[in-house]
Design a protein around this ligand. Structure first.
Ligand SMILES: [Zn+2]
Length: 354
């Protein structure tokens, strides 16, 4: 049995998604969970020896000091890294890219701004970990490097000098000549280079249609719905129409609830200790907090502010009653939200559901 250790340049793989889509002929979504297994199978075929994936490390980066309008992009990347850790047991190392208060996408920045975001540490981190594990007796037999950057050449050569075998997996349109050189003048590989382009059908994220129960309390009709959605471990399934409804409610202005007679307009600023009614506006399920909107502003609450119900049972759009700790401060740009406690569900949801 050969022990394989994976070293994936996540930033490179992420930014070459387009090349994979072109090679595939239609939008290609890589199944990261399958990636080590598929490459291990290819190595088993080449060596004729069974392979055991002992560790999968992915190195990536995420923005810091960016403008808050781009928070959703940073959040999406963070979620992706979490998914790799939770679903597939990847070891993910993430390094910051300083945007110095700018927007993340070039098209959103001033056209005369010559700022170039620079990724730090990612390549060196990959090289360091590979050398570190190479120096530990029996940690692995073959390092599988998923990358396309010739900066890795000295590290690869050093790993081979320590007696380890190297497999490189790369993408045709993003691979240095040294990696693809058949004569391997730089002495980088023990096996043929594996092109991800050639095994896309095995790497594609494919989920079969199956019947799932929509867990939204606002779902209308039969709760069992056919879906090919990817559901994370321990997460609930929401059908597309409930997600659409959720997004609509999230965008909904509090005055619309008032116009519908579902919420009362609050005169002036509420005092601490006052009991108010509002609607759940946003929920951060990972971090166990959320916001309630009222006509006096939004109130922050935490899991520990719930009286009787479970945080996981809360949904955006639910009507809740709560006690004010701190009133919102609309004049504050940093902390405009108030703080709520003793949050409980309003019992008469009938007006909403009808
Ligand atoms: Zn639903």
């Amino acid at each position: 049995m050969l022990k394989l250790m994976f070293f994936i340049d996540g930033t490179w793989l992420y930014s070459n998604q387009q090349h994979l889509t072109e090679a595939f002929g239609q939008n290609f979504v890589i199944d990261y969970g399958k990636l080590p297994k598929v490459l291990a199978n290819a190595i088993e075929q080449e060596t004729g020896v069974g392979c055991d994936v002992v560790r999968t490390m992915l190195f990536g980066s995420n923005a810091i000091h960016y403008q808050m309008v781009d928070e959703h992009l940073v959040e999406r990347r963070r979620d992706f890294f979490e998914l790799l850790r939770e679903e597939f047991h990847f070891e993910v190392e993430v390094y910051p890219i300083d945007y110095r208060g700018r927007r993340l996408r070039r098209k959103d920045r001033d056209q005369f701004d010559d700022f170039e975001p620079t990724e730090k540490c990612v390549d060196i981190a990959l090289a360091s970990q590979m050398l570190y594990f190479s120096a530990i007796p029996n940690a692995f037999d073959i390092a599988v490097i998923v990358a396309g950057d010739k900066d890795f050449i000295p590290a690869i050569q050093a790993v081979r000098k320590l007696g380890k075998r190297i497999v490189i997996a790369s993408i045709k349109k993003s691979c240095p000549a040294e990696f693809r050189d058949r004569k391997d003048a730089q002495k980088l590989r023990d096996f043929d280079l594996i092109w991800l382009d050639d095994i896309l059908d095995r790497l594609e994220l494919k989920i079969e249609m199956r019947r799932l129960e929509c867990r939204s309390p606002f779902h209308k009709g039969d709760k069992m719905v056919y879906s090919d959605a990817f559901i994370r471990k321990g997460r609930k399934f929401y059908c597309p129409s409930c997600i659409e409804e959720y997004n609509r409610l999230k965008e909904r202005d509090v005055n619309e609830f008032v116009a519908d007679g579902m919420l009362e307009h609050i005169e002036g600023m509420p005092d601490s200790g006052q009991i108010l009614t509002g609607f759940i506006k946003r929920l951060h399920r990972e971090k166990f907090y959320g916001f309630i909107q009222t006509t006096a502003g939004d109130f922050f609450f935490h899991l520990s502010d719930l009286t009787s119900m479970d945080f996981q049972d809360l949904e955006v759009g639910m009507r809740v009653r709560f006690e004010v700790i701190i009133a919102p401060d609309p004049s504050s740009s940093e902390k405009p939200n108030g703080k709520a406690t003793r949050v409980e569900l309003e019992t008469e949801l009938d007006s909403y559901e009808s």
